[in-house]
Design a protein around this ligand. Structure first.
Ligand code: ADP
Length: 545
């Protein structure tokens, strides 16, 4: 006998029990859908998760069953994460901002047996009731007093009634760590959404990884506010990483506007927050307009799409907040790379640090990256060559749920991210585009993200998108679509001049159009497909020659 380590499985139920035992009095604060701020502790959360696990058993939910959630970030959603996965079933988070037909498709594709729903999204399910034949019941995440008087849904259950009927002792099963734990569908800008099935093992390994000091580095002293929704890649894994270290959690509910967020940041002493750039744009605007400063906030994790460099700079200069940029995908649990400075880089002048933070970060241990050309040949990590990014690692999907979209996976174990990037010798990644957003001018790639970043650095620009439009000579040329800041009168010529010296000449957009607002996806990203559709027929002045 060699005498190896114990073969103890890594399980999600262990997280909540750990937090309850060693950080039992640390708080979880939620803006409830019913209105008031709700506060309780990890000990309470663990107790109620066990009650809920008993309730699921009483409903005859068995290991492997899919249980849906249609809900915002809040304490009941948190309990569901642990009760469902901990008891061996699969917690399937649904995005209420999707089109109802997409929600129906996803529920049926996943074969959800029950759906937990927040009060203010119940109407979505009511509208779909004839399309959800497999769903045996909808559990409304509220108490008896707030239950809707009438509903067209046949089997409506009350969350608080369900758990009140149960004891708070539950023996979490000793599952195999490769048991499925949660399921999340990617929003899929083309084709139907595809499911990504996370395991207990991948979830815990990812939580360890993001808790590293070179990643998000949460500690028991932190108060974390995940604006990123629990239905989007499990709120980037924060609901698992936080109990692992006993950090306080602050859930914003469905109110993600600047004023509501600021109020929570201020009253709950939030030290670190996480969300997509659009959310921060809103918050920074609110603070500026109201003369507020984010006093307690130390760091903010921005990902999902690239935060413009100007945002990194504003956070630092106006609020003393350090931006961490993360890059990842639903298929990657989601984190792949994150701002993690090398020795000495934190001593660089601020401007140079902003440049580094504006990159997508460096790989966390466990994630392998490589770039290849269209023929599949590996390219050099020299910071110049850009190619298609492939990844592999223990928290990266090896196929989609039910085997869909197999072409995204290579036969030798890599996943095609669909992103185009450069990697420099130190591992700094710079995403130049999603492969479908790349602009090809005369056979050469132009990075729409770089151009958007420059435009966003102009003080008169609220938001910018760059797309390729048809050009008789060059095949495609960049068009800059801009939302101006209120009261700004900046002109096309002024904006184009702003690019001088910031990008090579032939990258400078051929034209500028001003619009009132840009379209976003359900997860707050710029919806480039729609922008392209809207401006497909745009005639560039350069094309008229
Ligand atoms: P979706 O379902 O919208 O694809 P994901 O969160 O899985 O949602 O999206 C992953 C994609 O988002 C990545 O492939 C990449 O294109 C983009 N992305 C994520 N983080 C960043 C970032 N920091 N900078 C630029 N793009 C990003």
């Amino acid at each position: 006998m060699l005498g190896l380590m114990m073969d103890r499985p890594l399980l999600i139920s262990q997280l909540i029990e750990h937090a309850a035992e060693y950080h039992g009095d640390n708080e979880i604060v939620s803006r409830s859908v019913e209105g008031p701020i709700h506060r309780y502790t990890y000990a309470d959360a663990a107790r109620r998760s066990r009650q809920l696990a008993n309730a699921l058993k009483a409903l005859d939910v068995v290991p492997g069953d899919r249980v849906g959630t249609l809900a915002w970030n809040g304490y009941r959603h948190f309990e569901i994460y642990f009760a469902v996965s901990g008891s061996g079933a699969v917690c399937h988070t649904l995005n209420p901002r999707l089109f109802p037909e997409q929600i129906a498709y996803i529920v049926n594709h996943a074969d959800d047996r029950f759906i937990f729903a927040d009060l203010n999204v119940l109407a979505i399910l009511e509208g779909l009731k004839d399309n959800l034949a497999g769903v045996q019941g909808v559990i409304v995440m509220t108490d008896r007093a707030h239950m809707p008087g009438e509903s067209s849904l046949p089997n409506l259950l009350c969350y608080e009634d369900l758990i009140a009927a149960q004891g708070d002792v539950f023996d979490w099963p000793d599952l195999d760590e490769n048991t499925a734990a949660s399921l999340c569908y990617t929003s899929g800008t083309t084709g139907n959404p595809k499911g990504v099935l996370y395991s207990h093992r991948s979830t815990i390994l990812h939580a360890y990884a993001i808790n590293g000091a070179n990643a998000m580095g949460f500690t028991a002293d932190d108060a974390i506010l995940p604006v990123v929704p629990m239905f989007h890649a499990n709120a980037w894994g924060i609901p698992y990483a936080a109990p692992m270290v006993g950090a306080k959690l602050v859930f914003p509910g469905f109110k993600m506007d600047g004023a509501s967020l600021y109020e929570l940041f201020d009253s709950e002493d939030v030290t670190i927050a996480a969300g997509v750039p659009t959310v921060w744009l809103e918050l920074l605007r609110y603070c500026e307009a109201n003369g507020e400063r984010l006093e307690k906030l130390q760091r903010t994790l921005i990902g999902g799409s690239a935060p413009p460099r100007a945002m990194v700079e504003r956070f630092d200069k106006e609020h003393g907040v350090r931006v961490l940029q993360g890059w990842g995908m639903t298929e990657m649990s989601p984190l792949g790379t994150i701002t993690s400075m090398r020795r000495g880089e934190k001593d660089l002048p601020a401007e140079q640090q902003y440049d580094l933070i504006a990159k997508q970060g460096r790989p966390i241990f466990g994630v392998d990256l490589k770039i290849v050309d269209d023929g599949g040949r590996e390219l050099s990590k020299d910071g110049v060559a850009f190619g298609n990014l492939l990844v592999r690692g223990p928290w990266i999907a090896k196929s989609y749920f039910r085997g869909e979209g197999p072409s995204a996976f290579t036969s030798d174990g890599w996943f095609h991210t669909g992103d185009v990037c450069t990697l420099n010798p130190h591992g700094y990644m710079t995403i130049t585009d999603r492969s479908k957003d790349v602009i090809k001018s005369g056979g050469e790639w132009i990075s729409s993200i770089d151009l958007e970043n420059v435009a966003m650095g102009h003080p008169a620009v609220e938001e910018a998108a760059v797309i390729g439009v048809a050009h008789p000579e060059w095949n495609e040329r960049p068009l800059l679509v801009v939302v101006r800041k209120r009261d700004s009168t900046v002109t096309r010529e002024e904006l184009l001049k702003f690019f001088d010296g910031k990008v090579v000449k032939w990258w400078i957009p051929d034209d500028v159009v001003f619009i009132d607002s840009l379209p976003h996806t359900a997860t707050g990203k710029l919806l480039k497909t729609k922008v392209r559709e809207d401006f497909r027929g745009h005639r560039l002045p350069s094309a008229a020659r």
